[in-house]
Design a protein around this ligand. Structure first.
Ligand code: ATP
Length: 337
């Protein structure tokens, strides 16, 4: 467990509470990786903690970031290091509507939302390559590289086909970003050819954003790059109730390594006041047990969450009036019933 900072410190204990109530017979160990430790020791992840993370069956993560640490090396040294060095190349961000009242869409027939954003998690615009030349002058040049590899693009598209039941939609911007887009298009066609039973569709990212708002019920699996997946998955989260309930999994299907975390960040505006919704973290723990092969436990957790949300036994952001820990208890109660 790496609760880390802000809202993460409040939601991870709720997820663990739910896992225990669901009967998870795991050994839990909490690691002291957070902004306080970084300010004290100057190291994002100490060597002994790294060894434990690299050896763990799964990592349950909260959120990283602190206004006292503007240094980008902290974020890069914690979450990006874990994603990159454990090669967690698949970022799964599901969006499922558990109750009609959480949808911002007017038309009822468009509210059957149950989709998955499959985001490439180890390359693209987030690799930190580039630089700033003549920094701070009127002649400054800033270059941020977008890295796309044959292997990286192929394996993420392949994973999308592995999990799709009906259709895979590939999203890129190959009309404007022709080099990276060309590679995505070629790998997409290759991999799609090997999966004739699954329908395929391609959308440019601007059209995908428009279609997601217009009628999200048309989507099953969307596969895309690191940057586009980051943006579109915030949009899909809002379509089903907001950041408070959006879960995610960062996995390497080949090695079995996995890190599970809510999509939201540290939410400094509400952290520490008992207002943070623990559902995103609880559903991430559900994805964790699913990944570890405990399918019934995963369904039980999701069912308990859905029932608590429908009953309005949840935090304010999703229409209830419970505190963070009461909202966790509402899920626990349903698992025990
Ligand atoms: P960070 O800089 O760590 O990403 P942030 O505030 O910029 O933090 P998020 O933490 O993703 O980004 O949150 C955006 C907004 O969504 C928050 O200001 C908060 O109001 C709301 N929010 C985020 N997480 C939750 C949550 N678990 N429960 C309720 N509201 C949340």
């Amino acid at each position: 467990m790496v609760p880390c900072d802000g809202a993460g410190k409040e939601v991870v204990p709720e997820a663990v509470k739910v896992l225990r109530a669901a009967g998870a017979d795991f050994e839990f160990e909490e690691l002291d990786i957070n902004a306080d430790a970084y300010l004290r020791d100057g190291v994002p992840i100490p060597a002994d903690a790294w060894k434990k993370l690299a050896a763990a069956d799964a990592i349950l993560f909260g959120a990283v970031g602190d206004p006292r640490v503007p240094d980008p090396n902290y974020l890069a040294g914690v979450l990006l290091r874990l994603r990159f060095e454990l090669d967690l190349y698949v970022n799964l961000r599901p969006a499922k509507l558990y109750d009609d009242r959480l949808s911002p869409l007017r038309r009822e027939e468009r509210r059957h939302i149950d989709l998955m954003v499959v985001r490439e998690n180890t390359e693209g615009a987030y690799v930190g390559m580039g630089g700033r030349f003549k920094k701070g002058t009127a002649d400054e040049v800033a270059i941020q590289e977008d890295v796309n590899t044959h292997l990286g693009v192929m394996r993420i598209i392949e994973h999308a086909f592995q999990i799709a039941k009906n259709e895979v939609v590939m999203v890129d911007k190959s009309n404007a970003m022709t080099f990276a887009g060309g590679l995505w298009q070629e790998r997409w066609k290759d991999v799609a050819r090997a999966h004739p039973a699954i329908k395929t569709r391609h959308l440019f990212v601007d059209a995908a954003a428009m279609q997601l708002v217009k009628d999200p019920s048309q989507f099953d699996v969307i596969v895309t790059s690191n940057l586009f997946g980051d943006v579109l998955s915030d949009l899909t989260a809002e379509l089903v109730g907001g950041m408070g309930i959006a879960p995610s999994a960062n996995i390497n299907p080949k090695t079995g390594r996995g890190l599970f975390e809510p999509v939201h960040g540290t939410a400094p505006d509400i952290a520490g006041k008992g207002l943070v919704n623990p559902i995103g973290a609880i559903l991430s723990a559900g994805m964790m047990v699913q990944h570890l092969g405990h399918h019934e436990m995963a369904s039980a957790i999701e069912g308990a969450v859905e029932s608590a949300i429908r009953a309005g036994e949840c935090t304010r952001d999703v229409g209830g009036n419970l505190s963070t820990s009461q909202a966790g208890d509402a899920v626990v109660k349903r698992l025990r019933d």
